[in-house]
Design a protein around this ligand. Structure first.
Ligand SMILES: [Ca+2]
Length: 149
């Protein structure tokens, strides 16, 4: 922690939604940090639209996976104690074009995905967290991300 309490008392931090502490260093409950973002797995079943709303209400979005290191973090940390995960992520097909994180990273399950089932995307534990496209009106758990500006 690069801060020392008490020597910066000439200002007050305005925290992002859900963050607390003198320096807003305390994330919302259950969120864990990796490489510029906080992630949380929600073990609640929702349609994709409901998952989007839940993430937004908590100050974030459905998670965008930007690289393999993030996949490894999720596997080893966020999903370490969860089994049989089918989880909505934020990748979407809009006007027939897949919208990825700015890195362009994708993690489709070979050889058949994306198979054209729908514009929403889940990660599947049984596929080593590779991706499946599917319709948005399934009930799934979901993964939210709060990006630190
Ligand atoms: Ca599919």
């Amino acid at each position: 922690m690069p801060f020392t309490a008490g020597i910066y008392n000439q200002f007050t931090c305005t925290c992002l939604l859900g963050f607390k502490g003198t320096f807003c260093e305390v994330p919302p409950a259950g969120y864990k940090y990796h490489d510029g973002s906080f992630f949380k797995f929600y073990a609640t079943l929702k349609y994709n639209s409901g998952a989007v709303t839940s993430c937004e209400m908590n100050g974030g979005r459905l998670a965008m996976i930007k690289d393999q290191a993030t996949v490894d973090f999720l596997k080893n940390t966020i999903f370490a104690s969860v089994t049989n995960v089918y989880v909505w992520i934020g990748v979407r097909k809009i006007s027939n074009v897949w919208q990825y994180a700015p890195t362009g990273f994708s993690n489709w399950h070979p050889p058949m995905e994306p198979s054209g089932d729908g514009p929403c995307v889940e990660m599947r534990e049984v596929w080593n967290y590779e991706w499946n496209d599917l319709p948005c009106n399934y009930n799934k758990n979901f993964l939210c991300e709060i990006v630190i500006p």
